[in-house]
Write a protein that binds this ligand. Structure first.
Ligand SMILES: [Zn+2]
Length: 207
């Protein structure tokens, strides 16, 4: 099999599908579509360090979300509180194991794997090193990302707070605030992640 030694960077506009030959961008520069003006590529300053820092913040908030109370209920003077996983397991006690599995995979396992895999690749890369299996792991992070649905879970929590407010006194726990911060950090990390820059840095450092 012949080995490809060079490539031209072509990119299709995600709004109008016009194909462009992407120029080499300097730090802070943005390439826009000739036809509709949509942003095709953006060269961010320090994309690896910023994304790694935001991902680490998201991971720390993720720990708080899972180990601190999510909601407390005060009903007739009797107070109870529950963590995210305890709430999911409570559903299992009512036979709703399919919902438990859905919550476990989309709000716990896939987001956690996404954060850990990204940190495994990005932190050494920020120090100029490439860890073994970096290419495979970075691809895996892209596969886990769409299955993490923390935003949907947060929406569910707010609906529960509104619905339960008529029946009992609802006390939002620390995990609710951490969940909001987690959503902001994970979205900002996704925005800061420059895939092209990471691929190039992995390739360059591998030599
Ligand atoms: Zn366009």
């Amino acid at each position: 099999m012949a080995r490809i030694t060079s490539a031209i960077t072509l990119v299709a506009c995600h709004d109008c599908d016009l194909l462009h030959r992407l120029p080499s961008l300097k730090e802070g520069e943005v390439a826009c579509c000739l036809r509709c003006g949509a942003v095709l590529a953006r060269r961010r300053s320090d994309p690896v360090v910023r994304c790694a820092a935001l991902t680490l913040s998201a991971l720390l908030l993720f720990v708080i979300v899972n180990f601190f109370p999510l909601l407390g209920l005060n009903l007739g003077g009797r107070e109870t509180s529950m963590t995210l996983l305890e709430g999911a397991l409570e559903l299992g006690g009512h036979g709703m194991w399919d919902v438990v599995a859905l919550v476990f995979f989309t709000s716990w396992m896939f987001p956690l794997l996404h954060f850990l895999v990204l940190l495994y690749v990005l932190f050494p890369l920020a120090l100029g090193r490439v860890v073994p299996g970096a290419l495979t792991m970075f691809k895996a992070a892209g596969l886990f990302s769409p299955w993490g649905m923390i935003g949907v879970y947060m929406l569910g929590v707010f609906v529960a707070i509104v619905k339960l407010a008529d029946l009992a006194t609802v006390i939002p726990g620390m995990a609710v605030y951490a969940l909001g911060g987690l959503l902001v950090c994970s979205t900002a990390a996704g925005h800061a992640l420059d895939h092209d820059a990471v691929w190039k840095q992995i390739g360059r450092t591998k030599g």
